[in-house]
Design a protein around this ligand. Structure first.
Ligand SMILES: [Zn+2]
Length: 66
């Protein structure tokens, strides 16, 4: 059985605006002030400045397992 000694906390996402491949950590995530949003989590693309919605924490971790 494979044992996880340390779960990675880096996430990867492709900017839908400029197609850049980005790496980000939980600390990079910002939250939009609009409380009506189901998922207010986002990062700002350092290449084109677009706001990129990122998955909820649990989902993001699952994506990292692949
Ligand atoms: Zn971008």
């Amino acid at each position: 059985m494979v044992e996880v000694l340390r779960r990675g906390t880096r996430h990867r996402i492709i900017c839908p605006s400029c197609d850049s491949l980005l790496a980000y950590w939980e600390k990079d995530i910002e939250y939009k002030a609009d409380y009506q949003l189901e998922n207010p989590r986002y990062i700002e693309c350092p290449v084109c400045g677009a706001d990129i919605t990122v998955p909820p924490e649990r989902e993001a971790n699952r994506n990292d397992d692949t």
